[in-house]
Design a protein around this ligand. Structure first.
Ligand code: PHE
Length: 363
């Protein structure tokens, strides 16, 4: 074997060993430069081929080229192995427990009313109801007249309604809405049937005791379609309370009632008892009225230009604060609006616990 040929063989063994020995990509790169770089050993050898005696050139030239290709392949393979090892090492070492809370739990709390509103919206959204809104300051027409509340109706009298000093085009004073039912009217005025909406919001009445405050929250429901009946109303509301209280055995009763804008009308009570100052849902000696409901009165439909022989539906108005008291055992409604931080820390919710029907409402 010629001297040149021996050199090729020597470099081959040396560099192949060095490639295998490289422990990381930096040392591998150093080996590559030393062998195949512009001034590398193998490169120099290739440059020298032209100076060899003619009978050796061909053989040595081929051997050097073969060595270059072999080294390149070995380096590529080694680089892949090193990259895979590095990735595996990172995956092993940079372990992250994604179930751990990322930070300390936040200080602030969501008011039970906000949380319960989210719960109620989640349940009705699942049943296909969209959310609608209306103003807190209403006119006489939407709060009363369009809802078939005649001028002499007791609900209009001063002891119930907060009237404003400004008057509308008809000369009637504006008022703070006494219920969310005007949103029924605004929804039907603005769109075309069928309707399936809920309308959460604040309402105002001159009232104040353990279970009444001058401002409280309602969710209105309205469903208008071609063949709607009382069975749909009952099924919808019973499904709702079961979903809301997360129990299938909630005692519910419907009492015949009267509202000018529904016919027939009913009120729904939920069974409860008071024990050691706490309000507990379930079988007991007490009932708490939680909502009013009924089939939308034909006169209301006519008032918004719908033919009552074609379209019928049901409506309900539920007291959000009442539902919150019942579900979370809060005995006095007035405490809801006192903004007492200790009360909020006790009854409030963590802001990131968003209620959904699939992941849990209250947790
Ligand atoms: N608006 C009624 C109230 O505030 C509740 C209600 C709404 C009743 C819709 C029937 C239908 O008491």
């Amino acid at each position: 074997m010629s001297e040149a040929r021996r050199q090729v063989e020597e470099l081959r063994e040396r560099f192949l060993a060095a490639v295998q020995a490289a422990a990381d990509s930096e040392s591998l790169e150093r080996v590559r430069v030393e062998a195949l770089g512009r001034r590398g050993r193998v490169t120099e050898l290739a440059k020298g081929v032209g100076r060899l005696p003619p009978e050796q050139r061909r053989e040595v030239g081929q051997a050097v080229n073969a060595l270059k290709r072999e080294l390149e392949a070995a380096i590529r393979a080694r680089r892949e192995v090193l990259a895979r090892e590095a990735l595996e090492r990172r995956l092993r070492e940079e372990r992250l427990d994604v179930t751990l809370p990322p930070r300390e739990r936040p200080e602030g709390r969501l008011h039970p009313v906000s949380h319960v509103l989210d719960e109620i919206v989640a349940i009705f959204a699942d049943m296909g109801f969209a959310v609608a809104e209306g103003p807190d300051v209403e006119d006489d027409f939407h709060n009363f007249t369009a809802l078939n509340i005649p001028p002499a109706h007791p609900a209009r009298q001063m002891q119930d309604t907060f009237f404003l000093e400004t008057t509308d085009a008809q000369g009637e004073p504006y008022l703070l809405r006494t219920h969310t039912s005007p949103v029924q009217i605004r929804t039907m005025e603005a769109g075309r049937p069928p309707f399936r909406i809920i309308a959460p919001g604040r309402v105002y009445r001159r009232d104040y005791d353990m279970t009444h405050t001058p401002m409280f929250h309602q969710v209105e429901g309205l469903l208008i379609d071609r063949r709607t009946h009382m069975g749909h109303l009952k099924g919808c509301l019973v499904d709702f309370v079961r979903a809301f209280f997360e129990r299938d055995d909630i005692p519910v009763r419907f009492r015949p009632s009267y509202f000018p804008f529904t016919e027939p009308s009913a009120e729904m009570d939920v069974g409860c008892r008071r024990s050691q100052g706490q309000l507990v849902v379930g079988a007991g000696d007490d009932w708490l009225e939680v909502l009013g409901c009924g089939m939308v009165h034909p006169k209301v439909l006519e008032m918004v230009g719908l033919d009552p022989d074609v379209w019928q539906g049901f409506a309900f108005g539920l007291g959000v604060d009442r539902f919150a008291m019942l579900k979370y055992g809060i005995p006095d409604l007035r405490t809801f609006f006192e903004a007492d931080l200790r009360w909020l820390r006790h009854y409030g919710f963590l802001p990131l616990d968003v209620p959904t029907t699939f992941a849990g409402l209250s947790r």
